[in-house]
Design a protein around this ligand. Structure first.
Ligand code: NDP
Ligand code: 8X3
Length: 250
C-alpha cells in the first residue's frame, strides 16, 4: 500500500507518516524543508523496513507539484491514500490589520495546494477505481473566531471542497474524508506567530491540547476501514475544547 502525505516535515504530517510506515505502508512524503524531509525518510526506512520517497516542493507552485506527481516512478504511481495535510495559519490579526501577503499564503497553501496535489494524484486513482483522499480541515472551518478571518475562510473552502469532491468522485469509488481538528501542539502556532515561541506556547497553556499522534491514529483508523465504509467528516478536539471557540483552561 502507498500513502502520499503532504507537509510531512513536522506536526500531523510527520506523525501520520510514522503511523502508516509502522503499519507497512510505503510513504511518499513532501515538504519544503529538504534536510528535515530527508532525515525523516531515512529514519522511517531504517526503523520500519519500508520504502520512502521524499519529494521537496512547495504546494503553492502548480508547476512544481505537477512536475513531481505526474512523473512518479512506476512503482510509486498507484497511490492508495492521499493526505492533503500541508497548510497552516500565518498571522492572527483583526482583518483590517492583517497582512495581505499572509492572506495570499493562507489561501494558496491551504486551498490551491490541495487542489493541485489532488488533481495530480486523481487520474491514477480513477484508473484504479479506488483511492482515499483525506483532507486536513479545522474546527476553524465551522466556528469563525475573532481574528481567524482568512484562515477560517481557507479551511471553510477546504470543507466545501471535501464535500463536493466526495459527491463528484462517487462514480469512481474514491473516498473523501475531512478531518477537522481543534488545537494541537505542533509547529502550527510557531508558524502562525512567525517564530515567537512565547506567544506560541501561550496557545497551549492551561489545558492538554491534541498531540500529533492523536491525529495520526485517527487518520490511520479512517484509512483502514472496509472498502464500503467511509468516514466523511470528523470533528476532533481535546477534551478541554468544545468547538472552535470555547476552551476550559485551568
Ligand atoms: P506544522 O506547522 O507542524 O506542519 C505544517 C506542514 O505543512 C509542514 O510539514 C510544512 O512543511 C508544510 N507546509 C506548509 N506550507 C507549505 C508549502 N507551501 N508547501 C509545502 N508544504 C508546506 O502544523 P500542523 O501539523 O499542525 O498542520 C498540519 C495541517 O493541520 C495544516 O493544514 C493545519 O492548518 C491543520 N490544522 C492544525 C491544527 C493545529 O492546531 N495544529 C488544528 C487544525 C488543523 P515545510 O515547512 O517543510 O514546507
Ligand atoms: C487550527 C486550530 O483553533 O487555531 O486549525 O484554528 S485553530
Amino acid at each position: 500500500m502507498i500513502i502520499l502525505i503532504t507537509g510531512a516535515t513536522s506536526g500531523f504530517g510527520k506523525a501520520i507518516a510514522e503511523k502508516f510506515a509502522s503499519n507497512n505502508y510505503n510513504c511518499i512524503i513532501t515538504g519544503r524543508r529538504k534536510e528535515k524531509l530527508l532525515a525523516i525518510a531515512d529514519d522511517l526506512q531504517k526503523k520500519y523496513s519500508i520504502k520512502v520517497l521524499p519529494l521537496v516542493f512547495d504546494v503553492r507552485n502548480r508547476e512544481e507539484v505537477f512536475n513531481h506527481l505526474e512523473n512518479l516512478p512506476d512503482e510509486w504511481k498507484n497511490i492508495d491514500v492521499l493526505v492533503n495535510n500541508a497548510g497552516g495559519a500565518w498571522g492572527r490579526d483583526s482583518f483590517e490589520n492583517g497582512l495581505i501577503d499572509d492572506y495570499d499564503t493562507m489561501i494558496q497553501t491551504n486551498v490551491n495546494g490541495l487542489l493541485y496535489v489532488s488533481k495530480a494524484v486523481l487520474p491514477n486513482m480513477i484508473k484504479n477505481k479506488k483511492g482515499h483522499i483525506i483532507n486536513m480541515g479545522s474546527v476553524a472551518a465551522r466556528d469563525m473566531y475573532q481574528n481567524g478571518n482568512v484562515y477560517c475562510a481557507a479551511k471553510a473552502a477546504v470543507d466545501a471542497l471535501s464535500k463536493t469532491m466526495r459527491i463528484d468522485l462517487l462514480p469512481h469509488k474514491i473516498k473523501v474524508t475531512a478531518i477537522q481538528p481543534g488545537a494541537a501542539d505542533t509547529e502550527f502556532a510557531l508558524v502562525r506567530f512567525k517564530g515567537d515561541a512565547d506567544k506560541a506556547a501561550q496557545t497551549y497553556k492551561g489545558y492538554e491540547p491534541l498531540h500529533a499522534n492523536d491525529i495520526a491514529d485517527i487518520t490511520y483508523y479512517c484509512a483502514t476501514l472496509p472498502s464500503h465504509v467511509c468516514i466523511n467528516d470528523l470533528v476532533v478536539t481535546c477534551t478541554a475544547q468544545a468547538d472552535g471557540i470555547y476552551f476550559y483552561k485551568e
